[in-house]
Design a protein around this ligand. Structure first.
Ligand code: ADE
Ligand code: ZN
Length: 326
């Protein structure tokens, strides 16, 4: 029996979503046209054809190039509003959105321009559809510690609009410990912390994210399975992993979805969740991730329900809000 109707009907939270990764080729073209930006593609089809990645870096090069069309507050509003419409369609009632200020400030776009556009769309979605959102500001780990400190300083006046800090971009060669002092200051300022670790990087990076950055969640974390002691710790601490199945497939972290370890980790008691990461680039929003994973791993109805409940348990909602959804 198809689990698609169940997946569609269950309320869920999304905890691993880069807003820049929701830029669909059609919107990329529209925004490029109105901003007078020339894209290295002639058509939407040509853009989609370029989305053939062999690892994380080959994706990031194209992803940062696409984000270059975003210049004005309205661009960030339109981007975010379009994503929130997809949340409504997928019954995502709560979302914790990553944004990468350095991708934009490096091009001369003001921090406030980015934040105001995203925030205004989130407020509209809450009012119009009751979808709640929280924002997580990510540091680009291929850049310096100094650049991350500058970004943190820019965020301080907006603490009420940003729940936490994260760490993304090229993982291998940029271990979490590179940002130990930045995360220490961020946590002292009251930000929660998350970090991408164990996507392409080794289990040691997951340990560092936990022990040095003091994160509340690990983004991806799928390579944790290579270290039995780490697995036991993740289970004992109920440390959430925000897993992104279609991303792992498209970036060749796994060869086929039927080789994905999410079900094994779930069955061992790891607090895993399902998320879309960069859905415009990886071929599906959150429900599509559930649908393809359920088919590839033969997930049961009970497992789908547990994954949706996990998405709220692992969220940064208050305990009362979590209880309302679980
Ligand atoms: N930025 C956007 N998507 C990412 C991913 N999957 N890993 C690291 N950085 C990212
Ligand atoms: Zn990610």
């Amino acid at each position: 029996m198809s689990l698609t109707p169940l997946i569609a009907s269950l309320p869920k939270a999304e905890l691993h979503l880069h807003i820049e990764g929701t830029l669909e080729p059609e919107l990329m073209f529209d925004i490029a046209r109105r901003n007078g930006v020339t894209l290295p593609y002639q058509s939407v089809d040509e853009i989609r054809a370029a989305y053939d990645f062999h690892n994380l870096q080959s994706f990031l090069d194209i992803y940062y190039a696409g984000a270059a069309v975003l210049l004005h507050e309205q661009d960030f509003y339109d981007l975010t509003y379009a994503y929130l419409l997809r949340c409504k369609a997928d019954n995502v009632v709560h979302t914790e959105i990553f944004f990468d200020p350095q991708t934009h400030t490096a091009r001369g776009v003001a921090f406030e321009t980015v934040l105001n556009g995203i925030t205004r769309a989130c407020e509209d979605a809450r009012r119009e559809w009751g979808i709640s959102s929280l924002l997580i500001m990510c540091f680009l780990r291929h850049l310096s510690e100094e650049a991350a400190f500058e970004t943190l300083a820019q965020a301080l006046p907006y603490k009420d609009k940003i729940i936490g800090v994260g760490l993304d971009s090229s993982e291998v060669g940029h271990p979490p410990a590179k940002f130990a002092r930045v995360f220490e200051q961020a946590r002292a300022e009251g930000f929660l912390a998350v970090a991408h670790a164990g996507e392409e990087g080794p289990p040691e990076y997951v340990y560092e994210a936990l022990d040095v950055l003091n994160v509340a969640r690990i983004d991806h974390g799928v390579r944790s399975e290579e270290d039995e002691a780490l697995m036991e710790r993740l289970i004992a601490e109920q440390m959430p992993l925000t897993v992104c199945p279609l991303s792992n497939l498209k970036l060749k972290v796994v060869g086929h979805l039927n080789q994905h370890n999410l079900r094994r980790m779930l069955q061992r008691g790891v607090m895993v969740t399902v998320n879309s990461d960069d859905p415009a680039y990886f071929g599906g929003y959150v429900n599509q991730n559930f649908i393809e994973l359920a088919a590839a791993l033969d997930l049961s109805e009970a497992e789908i329900r547990t994954l949706c409940q996990n998405s709220f348990k692992a969220s940064f909602l208050s305990s009362e809000e979590k209880e309302a959804w679980c």
